[in-house]
Design a protein around this ligand. Structure first.
Ligand SMILES: O=C(O)[C@H]1O[C@H](OP(=O)(O)OP(=O)(O)OC[C@H]2O[C@@H](n3ccc(=O)[nH]c3=O)[C@H](O)[C@@H]2O)[C@H](O)[C@@H](O)[C@H]1O
Length: 431
């Protein structure tokens, strides 16, 4: 049975063990023989600890200061310039997630008609950040400034509101993706719950308060079987953590409307697709794989039923977002105090004509002129729902929302963009 000493010095032969112990004992006695030496040692250790702690705090403060990529007179000027309104009765909008798919499109549309736009985006690497950078360049060229930062950074958000009296916030920053929630659940809580609250805190305290329009999701309908989905249908059976955080967002925004008088509009987007889209989504990854000659996985539901989505083209979604901003009504509070009731609205923004996933693949094959290698797999229990289908009559009535792009037409535009952006041989082994 090896002794403790054997374990600490496993390869030391017995004789040396005793010698080493004796030597250590002698050294110990020599060093700490007198009380005064011990006192000096203690003093030295205390001084060492104190200097280490103060160095740590210097490094922390310093790194916070040196890594801040925002602030300063020039930065404020850029923000104010970007927020300038160039039409009568225009608005100045803070767009969160501005380098994202929907965020970049909405920002451009607002800027084009003369509204002031300031973007914020954290450029995270959930999908290829170079695509976000490319969208940012596009926006910069149109005079839109994008702040690189996180909506969880309360100081940054407060600074933005100090710099510009935003009339509206278009909140599109989020952790998207239904299935990724099983891999990285905390990123959903971070962005879709904590980030949302940080943003709403800033909105509530702003004077004047902005009106808030934000992205909820069709996924809140979860396992609901009644079709088409209407805003009054039950939304208490989410099938994924993503859906649960979006549903939580609807409840959280309701409390800010109720307590602080913030005008809130939540938009339930239905599987948005189009040029400059998200590479994690099926239509995008299918396109990449088809062109690269790789197989695509097509999920099937119970009894091998095809899955279906109410795919909605980006231009239609942009119209719904802009219509929501235009009709949002004012927040009533100021400086954190409610002065009266404010609008609280929720709308479906879908296309009203679901298409099955195999049909989506056939359309892509036609546009790409390449055959797909389909691999059918039973839908894994990872948060997916079998179908979505929007009833949009409320949005039609209140926002004038009227989608005009069918899936074949929208995918044609997507494929055209994809080929011009990546080319035919992107990621293909050309040897
Ligand atoms: O409306 C929403 O609220 C959500 O829309 C989008 O989610 P989904 O509708 O799930 O889109 P998407 O991933 O493109 O899968 C489409 C279909 O392809 C099937 N699918 C998917 C991947 C695959 O490899 N195979 C497959 O068959 C899959 O089973 C599904 O039937 C957004 O990503 C999400 O952020 C949120 O905004």
């Amino acid at each position: 049975m090896p002794s403790l000493e054997d374990e600490l010095f496993p390869s030391t032969p017995g004789k040396f063990k005793i010698d080493r112990a004796n030597t250590m004992n002698r050294q110990f006695h020599r060093c700490f023989a007198s009380t005064s030496t011990m006192f000096l040692w203690a003093l030295f250790l205390v001084a060492l600890t104190a200097s280490y702690l103060s160095f740590q705090s210097f490094v922390y403060t310093g790194s916070r200061y040196f890594t801040a990529s925002w602030g300063g007179i020039q930065w404020e000027q850029q923000i104010r310039h970007s927020a300038q309104i160039h039409r009568s009765n225009g608005m100045s909008v803070l767009v969160t997630g501005a380098a994202g798919f929907v965020g970049s499109h909405v920002s451009l549309a607002l800027k084009k008609r003369g509204d002031g736009v300031v973007g914020i985006d954290n450029f995270n690497n959930y999908y290829d950040p170079s695509l976000k950078r490319a969208r940012k360049s596009l926006l910069n060229n149109q005079g839109i400034f994008i702040v690189e930062g996180d909506i969880n950074d309360a100081r940054l958000i407060a600074k933005l509101f100090d710099t510009v009296a935003f009339t509206h916030v278009m909140h599109l920053a989020a952790q998207a993706g239904v299935r990724y929630a099983m891999e990285n659940p905390h990123s959903y809580v971070h962005s879709n719950i904590a980030g949302l609250v940080t943003l709403l805190e800033a909105c509530k305290s702003a004077n004047p308060q902005p009106s808030v329009v934000w992205a909820s999701s069709s996924s809140v309908y979860g396992l609901n079987e009644k079709v088409p989905f209407s805003e009054t249908d039950r939304t208490d059976q989410p099938a994924s953590l993503y859906a649960a955080t979006k549903k939580a967002g609807e409840e959280i925004t309701h409390t800010y409307n109720h307590i602080y008088g913030l005008s809130i509009t939540g938009l339930r987007f239905f599987t948005v697709y189009g040029p400059w889209g998200r590479p994690d989504m099926a239509y995008f990854s299918f396109t990449r794989n088809i062109l690269q000659g790789k197989p695509i996985t097509v999920y099937r539901g119970k009894d091998r039923a095809d899955l279906a989505r109410d795919f909605t083209f980006i231009d239609d979604i942009v119209k719904g977002c802009v219509g929501s901003l235009d009709t949002s009504g004012k927040s009533t509070g100021s400086g954190g105090k409610k002065r009266g009731p404010a609008p609280y609205r929720i709308f479906n923004l879908g296309n009203t004509s679901p298409v099955t996933v195999p049909t989506l693949v056939s359309i892509l094959e036609r546009h790409l002129k390449v055959k797909a290698k389909r691999k059918f797999v039973d839908m894994p229990g990872n948060g997916d729902v079998p179908f979505t289908h929007a009833n949009i009559s409320l949005a039609q009535r209140e926002l004038g929302y009227k989608p005009t792009t069918d899936l074949a037409t929208g995918l044609k535009k997507f494929v055209k963009w994809y080929l011009s952006y990546y080319g035919y041989n992107h990621g293909k082994d050309v040897n």
